[in-house]
Design a binder for this molecule. Structure first.
Ligand SMILES: Cc1cc2nc3c(=O)[nH]c(=O)nc-3n(C[C@H](O)[C@H](O)[C@H](O)COP(=O)(O)OP(=O)(O)OC[C@H]3O[C@@H](n4cnc5c(N)ncnc54)[C@H](O)[C@@H]3O)c2cc1C
Length: 426
């Protein structure tokens, strides 16, 4: 007979481990199944994890966790073909009051998983869950190549492609306009070189977002690690389908940009990977509960693309899923109506409140790609005009700059853009 657990968590990413840790700490009998040879083995992200939400599980985790650098500067690059405008915010406060840390998931995830293990959860790696097990329409466990395993509640934390939630009938295949394909390289450079190039102290790091390359909704990212740089791009899958561009070619062009290339010059390629980000927002959040099952993290499409947040939504949804199971255990009621309390918890938390606030933003930018093309180009052209020193009278210069603006975007268009941004973000 298959062994029975209080809960089986599928996936040892931030969502799964947060759920497992929460339940194990409360004394529940928890099994985590992870397909990788260890947690994080196949996981990739930009990226940073956030202090605030990680500390909810592991106070002062940076003292023992394998972090790379704490972020002291956030950069926003607006590229044109051969130039850039850079907005950045560096703050000494980030040196004491840490906000975010760059990490490699292959190192961070095993450390994070050990928290759950130490609290009593059993983690079995190299085990792919193939399907959910149903009895009278209720989910009662999972099937794996190692055999069937039973639980009162299964938590699907199996990431963006979540086979499990599809098998449970809770979601469809991810739509092209809700998914971004990201490709990323990890490029090794001596530690000192990174610090010199980015003007950083020994433990300090930079997180950068870059727009203005490629014809559509393209965004680049760059993170400094201890002795590597994570550099990558994300492109909407709908854009890729329509333009028939290859993401690796877009990335190669991006990496050769004259403002980027010097930052990674002489670097050694350590790793190349690709992954999907579920950036559709609130309108694409899946059905998160049914009889005997909850869905957390990327599997539920909980990513806030505007603020570059994913791991914190994953951890928080994992905690809330875990708390829902702990509560359900008190009455041994694992039916859909009782487990629907999980959705309510998500709605009451920043997770769905933030996504709801931005619910129209992804669609707006998808329909207005000139924010990624025309505006970065214009910012660069105007900055160039402004900085040329010659005989031209400044009054004429300013008139010429105004003419440039209205030639590229009508007054009405500018007003409309400003109004929409105001409406979307206020
Ligand atoms: C390029 C990129 C950059 C990003 N940058 C950031 C950033 O800077 N900051 C941030 O907060 N977020 C970032 N994100 C988002 C963030 O990575 C995700 O939101 C987060 O990892 C979601 O966690 P999760 O636990 O839900 O899923 P995942 O981290 O994907 O974990 C899912 C786990 O399930 C396992 N699994 C899958 N299927 C099965 C199966 N059938 N059986 C057993 N195990 C299975 C996988 O191996 C994996 O370990 C980024 C994402 C990408 C792709």
């Amino acid at each position: 007979m298959a062994e029975k657990f209080d809960s089986i968590v599928v996936g040892a990413g931030p969502a799964g481990i947060a759920a497992a840790y929460t339940m194990a700490k409360a004394g529940l009998n928890v099994l985590v199944l992870e397909k990788g040879e260890k947690p994080g083995a196949k996981n990739m992200f930009g990226g940073v994890i956030f202090r605030y939400h990680t500390e909810k599980l592991a106070p002062e985790f940076w003292k023992t966790a394998p972090i790379e650098r704490h972020v002291v500067e956030y950069q926003y690059w607006f590229l044109s073909k051969d130039s850039h405008v850079l907005l950045s915010h560096r703050n000494q406060k980030f040196n004491g009051q840490y906000n975010a840390f760059t990490v490699h998931r292959a190192k961070f995830d095993p450390w994070f998983a050990k928290l759950a293990e130490d609290a009593g959860a059993l983690i079995i790696n190299r085990t792919t869950v193939d399907d959910v097990l149903k009895e009278d329409g209720k989910i009662v466990g999972v099937s794996t190549e190692r055999g069937n395993m039973l639980a009162d509640v299964v938590i699907a934390a199996d990431g963006v492609n979540s086979m499990l939630s599809k098998q449970a009938g809770l979601r469809q295949e991810i739509a092209g306009d809700a998914a971004v394909l990201a490709v990323k390289e990890v490029i090794a450079l001596p530690k000192q070189k990174i610090e010199d190039r980015f003007n950083l102290g020994a433990e300090e790091g930079v997180a950068a977002l870059l727009v203005g390359f490629g014809p559509g909704m393209h965004a680049g990212f760059m993170y400094t690690n201890r002795d590597t740089i994570s550099l990558g791009i994300g492109v909407s899958i709908r854009d890729l389908e329509e333009s028939r561009q290859r993401p690796n070619e877009i990335y190669e062009q991006f990496k050769k940009h004259p403002s980027i290339a010097p930052l990674v010059k002489d670097g050694e390629l350590k790793e190349y990977s690709a992954h999907i980000i579920p950036e559709g927002g609130y309108n694409y959040v899946v059905n998160v509960s049914t009889d005997g099952m909850l869905v957390a993290g990327d599997a539920a499409m909980l990513v806030n693309a505007i603020n570059w947040e994913g791991t914190n939504l994953a951890m928080t949804s994992g905690i809330l899923a875990g708390e829902t199971v702990i509560e359900a255990k008190k009455t041994n009621d694992f039916t859909a109506p009782n487990l629907s309390r999980y959705r309510q918890r998500l709605e009451e938390s920043f997770v769905l409140k933030d996504l709801k606030k931005y619910r129209d933003v992804p669609k707006f930018f998808a329909a207005n790609t000139h924010f990624f093309t025309l505006y970065p180009e214009a910012m660069n052209d105007l900055a160039y005009m402004w900085h040329i020193t010659d005989d031209e009278l400044k009054a004429d210069r300013i008139r010429r700059m105004k003419d440039y603006v209205f030639k590229h975007r009508s007054r009405l268009g500018l007003l409309r853009d400003a109004y929409h941004l105001w409406r979307l973000f206020s």
